[in-house]
Design a protein around this ligand. Structure first.
Ligand code: NAD
Ligand code: DAU
Length: 336
């Protein structure tokens, strides 16, 4: 089997590349990544010499490059992680989200039709369902929940999902879509809540919580997301959407307090709220459990300890990031 993993130099794509190479010794994994600010070759260092792995630098919206890749490699499966992924950046600059997340997806699917693949998998997000109220813990997102987005990021992901479904219905492309809740774990870019708080606590910098910190996210250890996608691309039903989540709801304040307790230090500051800030995400993953037997295996208390240990043991990985262009981003976001 040949699998093209787009966005494999990013957080989840990088974890997925490692997961697949470890699990399938007879698969060839080809990573296509544009190496935007979020892509990091350090995430792939220890597999660059693996004979089953190939890295190609390129943009998924570059039609010529994508077609050449498909012509040369004739892949069986495409797993599309490549995207602009940070909500705050989408609020500052929506346009790049439309190009990378929507146009890029359509170019990839055109190549899938032209060269024939057995499966195109779109890695989507629970954010396409909008948010849930705090006072209705009984409500969860199911695959039937209407699309109702909040940010330019989630709107671009929802647009891509609709186009993926259109390519299935109109052209018969064998697609699947997964919509996952918030991931955490190794190789997570330190602009996102959990790695930002870990890195700041280690470096004795303030821990900036937006608004009141009551917003709730449903946290999933990244390896559990990888195992779910592995099941979907092999056994999932074509044309279907699968929700993925850990039943692991925490307020942002609870998450940050856990990090402070584990690291043994850290000072919270409350800062201006995110515009259009979604209140609560919570996933019902009954469908993937019933159809494919998937269940998460890492509890939050265990996963957060492993994650903190990874950041303590792998300082050069994140110090390279925070000492670069990230400083300008941080100053703009948190300087005030
Ligand atoms: P990330 O920002 O860490 O990584 C994205 C990767 O995609 C980077 O390596 C970047 O260089 C690459 N990329 C971006 N635009 C590209 C383009 N046009 N062509 C080629 N490569 C490009 O993102 P992540 O957190 O790993 O998220 C991966 C995917 O999973 C995204 O599609 C995101 O919407 C989805 N998702 C993320 C989460 C989460 O909690 N992080 C949860 C659910 C779904
Ligand atoms: O739900 C899945 C989504 O999870 C993915 O689709 C996105 O790609 C991913 O970035 C993530 O989106 P969130 O906006 O939920 O994640 P983020 O880590 O940016 O923020 C998590 C929560 O923490 C959110 O309520 C905002 C808050 N926050 C975030 C940062 C960066 C803070 O309070 N302070 C911060 O400094």
């Amino acid at each position: 089997m040949k699998v093209v993993v787009t966005g494999g130099a990013g957080f989840i794509g990088g974890n997925f590349v490692h997961y697949m190479l470890n699990k399938y010794s007879d698969y060839k994994i080809i990573c296509l990544d544009a190496l935007t600010y979020a892509g990091n070759m350090d995430t792939l260092t220890n597999i660059m010499n693996n004979k089953n792995f190939k890295f190609i630098k390129g943009d998924i919206s570059d039609r010529k490059l994508v077609y050449n890749l498909f012509e040369d490699e004739k892949p069986d499966i495409i797993v599309n992680f490549a995207a602009e992924s940070h909500v705050d950046r989408s609020i500052e600059n929506p346009e790049i989200f439309l190009k990378n997340n929507i146009i890029g997806t359509s170019v990839l699917m055109d190549a899938c039709i032209k060269y024939g693949v057995t499966r195109y998998h779109q890695v989507s997000t629970d954010e396409v369902y909008g948010d849930l109220p705090l006072n209705r813990p009984d409500l969860l997102f199911t695959e039937e929940t209407p699309i109702r987005t909040s940010s330019p990021y989630s709107s671009s992901k929802a647009s891509a999902d609709l186009i993926v479904q259109a390519y299935h219905k109109t052209y018969g492309l064998p697609v699947t879509i997964s919509r996952c809740s918030n991931n955490y774990g190794p190789y997570h870019f330190p602009e996102k809540l959990i790695p930002l708080m870990i890195v700041n606590a280690i470096n004795d910098k303030p821990l900036p919580i937006y608004g009141t910190g009551e917003n709730v996210r449903d946290w999933l250890y990244v390896k559990d997301h990888c195992s779910a996608i592995d099941l979907i691309i092999h056994n999932g039903r074509v044309g279907e959407v699968y929700n993925i989540g850990g039943h692991n709801e925490r307020t942002n304040l609870q998450v940050v307090e856990t990090i402070i307790k584990e690291i043994g230090k850290g000072k919270i500051i409350f800062v201006e709220d995110r515009k259009g800030h979604d209140m609560r995400y919570a996933i019902d993953s009954t469908k993937i459990h019933n159809e494919l037997g998937w269940l998460p295996t890492t509890a939050f208390d265990e996963g957060i300890k492993k994650t903190i240990k990874w950041y303590i043991d792998n300082k050069p990985w994140w110090e390279n990031i925070i000492n670069g262009e990230y400083q300008n981003y941080y100053e703009k976001m948190y300087g005030k």
